[in-house]
Design a protein around this ligand. Sequence first.
Ligand code: IPM
Ligand code: MG
Length: 383
Amino acid sequence: MTDAHYRVATIPGDGVGPEVVAAARAVVDAAGEALGFAVDWSELLVGGAAIDAYGVAIRPEDVEACGAADAILLGAVGGPKWSDPSAAVRPEQALFALRGGLGLFANLRPVSVHPALVGSSPLRPELLEGVDLLIVRELTGGLYFGEREEPSGPVGARRAADVLPYTESEIRRVVELAFELAATRRGHVTSVDKANVIATSRLWRIVATEIGAAHPDVTLVHQLVDSCAMLLVRRPADFDVIVTENLFGDILSDEAAVLAGSLGMLPSASLGLRRTEHGTFGLYEPIHGSAPDIAGRDLANPIGTVLSAAMLLRLSLGREDAAAAIEAAVSRVLDDGFRTADLLPPDGHHDGLRQVGTSAMTAAIVERIAIPEAARAIAAAPS
Ligand code: IPM
Ligand code: MG
């Protein structure tokens, strides 16, 4: 019997977005069936698809509908059709409207290396041992939301400008969260800035130092962004929680994705302060983009979105049971040798591996959603 209902707004978006969102929905529904809950899914037209339909990347009523759900699951937005740099309306504007409009200031990007995928990363296996880090990226400030001056002036003398503002409270809330998360992990925060050059980075460092002083249980290290970029590939296992501003976090998280073997593996959560009946309201999406070159061809790796849905279940819906079941199922498909094209080792050693498409990978994950008896008994018990 199904006794709990949750409301999740989905934004399939563009490119491979609809395929990976459908995959994650199927996996969540399978977990719900096993554990006795159901998700009411709604679907919104956002991104390039919305530009075609409504002339804007997202309509205000759709931002509102997202805010009224328990959580949002997003595939990807964007594609070559809408990427003219001079266009006034761009699919990415939908992301900023959702992040800014819903107050989702903290972007969590966990990166770990599944042992079976060590050979899929271009880095040497011994560097990858023990990698388990969490990037906490500030998401509603900095260059992304500062004032802009678009390119103007005569050819040869054109100019443009972007302003990088940060307030103390914007820094404080995200760094505080990083410390709270570190306390539940290995107790180590790396605060990344460019304090030797940029004023907002100096403010960042002052605030991070104050927060560090109030958390003697957590070690704080300040790292300049350029050296952090180098250490991420040289000694990635040394990092626990990395907290940084919007643009640095964008860049470092793509770099860190290489550790996991493929961008297609990685999930993310964007959180604010709003609590729902079941947890913290948030938006969940894979960190990969819309990959228009492989869209509609059953080639996309659904795991980043499936693992994003697991984060959604854990953080927004309070369903640790379902989140853990999904993560275990993903781990088992990898152990069992299932690989989408992006996960095949570059060295050509494919023995024991089975190359599959999006739908076969999804089916393999669904098949492995085995709920331990104990969890089943707890879910079935009358409360
Ligand atoms: C991300 C993406 C976006 C960002 C783009 C699509 C605007 O790269 O979520 O990391 O820069 O935030
Ligand atoms: Mg990015």
